[in-house]
Design a binder for this molecule. Sequence first.
Ligand code: AMP
Length: 305
Amino acid sequence: MSLLIIGSVALDSIQTPFGEKKDILGGSAVYASVAARFYCPVKLVAAVGEDFPEEHVRFLEGQKIDVRGLQRIHGGKTFRWSGYYEYDMNQAHTRDTKLNVLGSFDPKIPPEFLDAEFVFLANLDPALQLKVLAQIKRPKLVAMDTMNFWIENRREDLHKVIKKVDILLINDAELRQFMETPNLPVAARRLLELGVKAVIVKKGEHGALYFSHDEHFSAPSFPQAQFRDPTGAGDSFAGGFMGYLAKTDDLSHANIRRAIIVGSVMASFNVEDFSLDRLKRLQAHEIAERFAEFKRFSHFDAVEL
Ligand code: AMP
């Protein structure tokens, strides 16, 4: 099955305790697409400006990502995000967000993308996420991501999208902010009451939680030896998660648990280097080995009391 991904394509300027990079390839849709393409065909819908380097488009094509939905807007500049992380790299600090072409982006899904059965609305203006949902036929699964920027600026539209999607992925701090409670299970329950069928809470280096009306799952954290830049961790998690579900076409609880670990594996690789540098050189056998490690160190036997 194929996966349609819409989100931001960005030039990021990032500072972490391990270095500083300017105008590097990033964006929610880029990280999600590159992670997902290990599992299924990916169709990307996004907008860039005139200044977007052609070599990045060639890189995406080289990853076998279908870029027919990537619009280059003449006279416009590419979305830019600049941020920094301190030693607690779970917390991204935004220095500046320049929407540029995203401010006037009117997403048009190419006709040959309309039958995608799996759809991921990566982090983007919820008003644009709604425009995409209005164009697509009923897919098997729609997931979305969001962040504090949209919680603060587009709360109403965010409520509208949530009612229309199956799974919301969100990080722990943003979920607390959005649902106005420090208690994650309570916050997740409030979201389920708003109409979404399941919530995945990304907790950075502390793993991930899954909540639906009748299931709960806790994915372990990975003892990360290499950790240089957390940017894109959430998006590569989502790409791995959705890509694996699209590949297997199985929405059972057991498979959703597996997909959450696949997402955790992809995020754990992504943070090992800046931009897409680690995913670029990632090999299938490394994914299989890390998945096995996740299984091994989160296993425990029943207790006899
Ligand atoms: P994350 O997976 O949460 O670390 O996402 C990082 C990516 O999100 C960066 O590459 C940014 O370009 C992108 N990003 C930052 N702010 C926004 C925003 N307001 N809307 C869409 N994408 C964003």
